[in-house]
Write a protein that binds this ligand. Structure first.
Ligand SMILES: [Zn+2]
Ligand SMILES: [Zn+2]
Ligand SMILES: [Zn+2]
Length: 497
């Protein structure tokens, strides 16, 4: 009886209490090794059931079965909202992985090079501040000690933290709180002030530093003498610390946040660099790299024509000829040649023709005007003639959010690397000079990247870029990639042993 039951279960996938998305606590059984079709109106939950519950659970179990080394390349998967699933084999999930390839997949993602790159950037990438171009770091006691060790012997310093300015606390209250906590010295406008002795009038708490300690720098003794004070300062200063040169008043700030120039950065992690993940994808194009917009190739269909000969297609008809007239009238003053082929215009001149100059409102202005009249049929028709997929202006086609592109290795962002032909990204990877620490945490990953790039180069597709869409490859190129990928993966397989 018992045996019967289990053999019956082996032939079925049993799902109980599925509630993913809009599923209403579904329980059912489906036969295994059979072609099963789910039908229903759109939005009825077919995908929630098949992909987000059954497939997701299979995938999750497969991932859990992998070694922890392999797992770190994959995004953490949440358990689907279901009480019980039985009869799913991990193999099902692997089979489907190739099927579920999406339109965003690239040479880099199919060959796994991109996964390793994401991991490498998360491990050893340096975040560069938008504002000042310096590397963003998170300070520790050691950072402060090392910095002080580099200062000339005998320099007088104050160690302190910026006065807290909590919401709802007036400056006076903050200062009273300081006294209660036993801090009596503050530094403000290049003066050291004793809160017990002087009546002082500061209106702005911004420049006030609470001083914990005064000392003279002494090489070789900083760690021993000051480590405790530095730690206390970080603690009292809510992760912020200031070292003030007592003679010059020059301040050096350290904080335990990943922050620079007042901008809080996020520390890189692999999904940061994934354009298939909402966390990493460019918010404008959702990681597709293209948005629907005015396609300049359609606006200037024949760049051999001059502006006067009608290079700008939408200005040709009588209806919108006023734009051409304005352009021509202002052209001389703005040094725009109107009698030479459009393709001979400089980048700057093309930009002016787009953005407008003088009383001419530009190609952009022209389309903006049309956009306001889309209630008219002929305007919609007109617009549709010039609309196409264009490179996303927010991410410049990189598919990634701006912050992810600020993370660099040897001056290059992950996008800079995938935009290179494989033979060049291989060269870059091979010639990369890493610090001792970066080598320690990154060498193994870097070697995986080099190995794969080398296979791709060896099978003769070194001219392709890693960001090339898989869907645009020729049959031969796809075959070569599959060959190089299976060679690459089989070697990784031996690594797990
Ligand atoms: Zn406060
Ligand atoms: Zn900065
Ligand atoms: Zn974008």
């Amino acid at each position: 009886m018992n045996n019967n039951k289990s053999s019956r279960n082996n032939k079925r996938i049993v799902v109980k209490g599925a509630r993913e998305h809009n599923l209403k606590n579904l329980s059912f059984e489906i036969p295994r090794n059979k072609l099963v079709v789910f039908t229903g109106v759109s939005g009825s939950g077919k995908s929630s059931l098949v992909f987000d519950t059954i497939y997701a659970e299979g995938q999750r179990r497969y991932v859990e079965s992998l070694s922890s080394y392999a797992r770190q390349f994959l995004e953490r998967m949440n358990k689907p909202d279901v009480d019980f699933i039985q009869g799913i084999s991990p193999a099902v999930a692997i089979e489907q992985k190739t099927v579920a390839r999406n339109s965003r997949s690239t040479v880099g993602t199919t060959t796994e090079v991109y996964d390793y790159l994401r991991l490498l950037f998360a491990r050893i990438g340096k975040t560069i501040c938008f504002q000042c171009g310096k590397q963003v770091t998170r300070a520790t006691t050691s950072t402060v000690v090392d910095w002080l060790e580099d200062q000339p012997d005998g320099t007088k310093f104050y160690l302190g933290f910026p006065l807290h300015q909590h919401k709802g606390h007036a400056l006076k209250e903050e200062i009273e709180l300081l006294k209660k906590r036993g801090f009596f010295r503050i530094y403000c406008d290049k003066k050291l002030i004793d809160l017990n002795e002087e009546k002082f009038a500061v209106k702005n708490g911004k420049n006030i530093r609470v001083i914990i300690e005064r000392f003279k720098s002494e090489k070789g003794r900083i760690r021993e003498n000051l480590s405790d004070s530095i730690e206390v300062t970080f603690k009292e200063g809510e992760n912020r610390l200031v070292v003030i040169n007592a003679d010059t008043g020059e301040e050096t700030e350290f904080n335990k946040y990943y922050e620079c120039c007042g901008i809080r950065y996020e520390e890189p992690e692999p999904r940061f660099f994934s354009f298939n993940n909402p966390f990493g994808a460019c918010p404008v194009c959702q990681g597709f790299s293209k948005t629907v917009g005015i396609d300049m190739n359609l606006v200037i269909p024949d760049p051999n024509l001059s502006i006067m000969d009608g290079a700008i297609a939408p200005f040709r008809g009588a209806k919108y000829s006023s734009f051409l007239r304005d352009l021509v009238q202002n052209a001389k003053a703005f040094k725009i040649p109107i009698n030479i082929p459009f393709k001979q215009l400089t980048e700057n001149q093309v930009e002016l023709v787009k953005k407008g100059f003088g009383t001419y409102h530009g190609i952009d202005g022209f389309f903006e005007k049309l956009e306001q009249k889309t209630y008219k049929m002929h305007v919609r028709v007109m617009l549709s003639r010039f609309r196409g997929y264009t490179t996303c202006s927010a991410c410049k086609g990189s598919r990634l959010r701006r912050e992810a592109l600020q993370v660099k290795i040897s001056g290059k962002s992950i996008y800079d690397i995938v935009a290179l032909p494989i033979e060049h990204s291989l060269k870059f990877s091979q010639e990369l000079k890493l610090s001792e620490y970066d080598l320690l945490v990154g060498e193994r990953i870097l070697n995986e990247i080099i190995k794969r790039l080398k296979f791709l180069n060896d099978v003769g597709i070194g001219y392709l870029t890693l960001d090339r869409l898989s869907s645009t490859l020729s049959g031969g190129e796809t075959q070569r990639i599959n060959l190089a990928t299976s060679l690459g993966s089989s070697l990784v397989g031996t690594l797990y042993v």
